[in-house]
Design a protein around this ligand. Structure first.
Ligand SMILES: Nc1nc2c(ncn2[C@@H]2O[C@H](COP(=O)(O)OP(=O)(O)OP(=O)(O)O)[C@@H](O)[C@H]2O)c(=O)[nH]1
Ligand SMILES: [Mg+2]
Length: 462
């Protein structure tokens, strides 16, 4: 991390070869204006007026030789009215990688140091421009892979997480204050009822538990799910991938053993980003290429959130399907889905009293006609534990969730203490712990190294 009080600079926009017509080099710190003045030459004869929030037009030059490096717009924002809360100069230059690098180099040789990952956001936090949950939400907004995920992240940016957690923390602080007052001035105060205190604390714990549960769903929404389609050859795995992806991504033929390698495609189902993995049909193969593909299919199963076990419902559930079902990893949820339902002779099937055993215990779909896809999608989300996505308003990230869980654990310990009838000072220990963990979420009680660690996970320029 950069020293506090230093002036830092980095490219604040996405850096990708040949993409984007404009890129921004951001300079932040007490020397920002001085650095800007060293490398910037206004066009025209009039001296530029360095007023806050005013745009200047000119060139970035190499100061010694006067060599022009790029044509830019310069935006000066005086502290504290900037993203970081410090003096900020932004150079809006041309987006080519070479241009941007040359401008950044000049800035770095004229008084600014390279910004560490997350340094701008960290300064915004340290100057009170953002609370910690808002700073973390910035990263989430940027990396959102669906509209819904972006909406959820924006709620965090708007301070939704801070308000919710701070509200709960305040309730715990009130209880702590009460307990401490009683420890100090027991005789002067009306007696405290353990039941009342316990009830308040249980309420907070319940609230936190709901929030953690929601957040696990929210994280799936943010990060997306990884889902493998697995099954015997020719059951229609690649066809299902193509159907869900809305395009012919995988090769489909009527020959068993068509897919030889795992193949991934990104789809968005009900606003959740999903990586679908098509795999080689599993069977006893003799062809060495197919064998390798099958080994990969098995490998994939260990690293997914859900396995779709596909079989051909018009052929029925076979021994081979059962053998495959038996070897699925136990800790990954799986969904049994019968494909090619359009081939079932409906009239004959119903005349038999609907006695296709394979159908009874599974979902039936057709990857050609789309039949049954709605029910399949419902089951899909249920299986992943995503049942009330629509209701979600805020979601903690992983770090925040683990702090919330620690707070809940502390409150559970407190309950045991209460059950055991231990004196008030024992209660305050766990209560303090819970308050501390909630404070770590919002940044109200957080050590410098943890902050450094949080912000270092951001990328450069944020
Ligand atoms: N009628 C019907 N045919 C289907 C359906 N799904 C797939 N098929 C056909 O079944 C054949 C095999 O489909 P694929 O998608 O290649 O099957 P696969 O499971 O990927 O096969 P491998 O890659 O060989 O393991 C193709 O001829 C598809 O057109 C379906 O729902 N209904
Ligand atoms: Mg295939």
């Amino acid at each position: 991390m950069n020293r506090p009080g230093s002036t830092i600079a980095a490219v604040a926009t996405a850096v990708a070869a040949g993409v984007g017509s404009v890129a921004i080099v951001r300079i932040s710190g007490p020397q920002a204006q001085a650095v800007g003045q060293r490398v910037f030459r206004p066009t025209g004869k009039r001296q530029p007026v360095w007023e806050s929030h005013r745009v200047l037009y000119g060139h970035v030059v190499e100061p010694a030789s006067g060599q022009v490096l790029d044509e830019v717009l310069l935006l000066y924002m005086q502290a504290p009215r900037s993203f970081t809360g410090e003096d900020v100069v932004e150079l809006h230059c041309h987006g080519g990688v070479v241009c941007v690098q040359r401008v950044l180099e000049q800035v770095l040789t004229n008084g600014a140091e390279a910004a560490a990952p997350g340094a701008f956001s960290q300064r915004a936090f340290l100057h009170g421009r953002l609370d910690l949950t808002q700073a973390e939400a910035v990263a989430q907004v940027i990396s959102a892979r669906s509209r819904r995920a972006a909406g959820l992240a924006l709620a965090g940016l708007d301070g939704g997480i801070e308000r919710r957690i701070e509200g709960l923390r305040q309730q715990l602080l009130e209880q702590l204050a009460q307990l401490e007052a009683h420890l100090d001035f027991e005789d002067d105060l009306p007696p405290l009822r353990p039941e009342a205190v316990k009830k308040k604390i249980q309420e907070v714990a319940k609230n936190l538990s709901h929030l953690v549960k929601d957040s696990l769903q929210g994280q799936s929404l943010q990060q997306g799910l990884r889902v493998a389609i697995i099954g015997c050859p020719n059951v229609g795995k690649s066809s299902l991938l193509n159907y869900l992806g809305g395009r012919d991504r995988a090769i489909v033929t009527d020959l068993p053993g068509t897919t030889r390698d795992t193949l991934e495609t990104e789809v968005v189902l009900r606003d959740v980003p999903i990586t679908l993995v098509d795999t080689a049909g599993i069977r006893e193969a003799s062809n060495p290429v197919e064998k390798l593909g099958i080994a990969r299919s098995r490998q994939v199963l260990k690293q997914v959130d859900l396995i779709i076990l596909l079989f051909d419902v018009h052929l029925g559930w076979s021994e081979a399907d059962q053998a495959l079902a038996n070897e699925l990893p136990e800790d990954v949820p799986h969904l049994r889905v019968g494909n090619k339902v359009d081939l079932l002779d409906q009239s004959r099937y119903q005349a038999n009293g609907g006695s296709n055993d394979a159908l009874k215990s599974s979902l039936a779909i057709s990857s050609i006609t789309g039949q049954g896809m709605e029910a399949f999608t419902d089951a899909f989300f249920r299986c992943c534990g995503l049942t009330d996505l629509e209701r979600l308003d805020i979601s903690l990230n992983r770090r925040q969730t683990s702090m919330a869980q620690k707070a809940i654990e502390a409150l559970i310990r407190l309950e045991t203490t209460a059950q055991a009838g231990l004196p008030w000072d024992f209660w305050t220990i766990d209560l303090r712990d819970a308050i501390h963990y909630l404070g770590e979420i919002t940044g109200k009680e957080i050590s410098e190294n943890i902050l450094d660690e949080i912000f270092s996970k951001f990328c450069i320029g944020k």
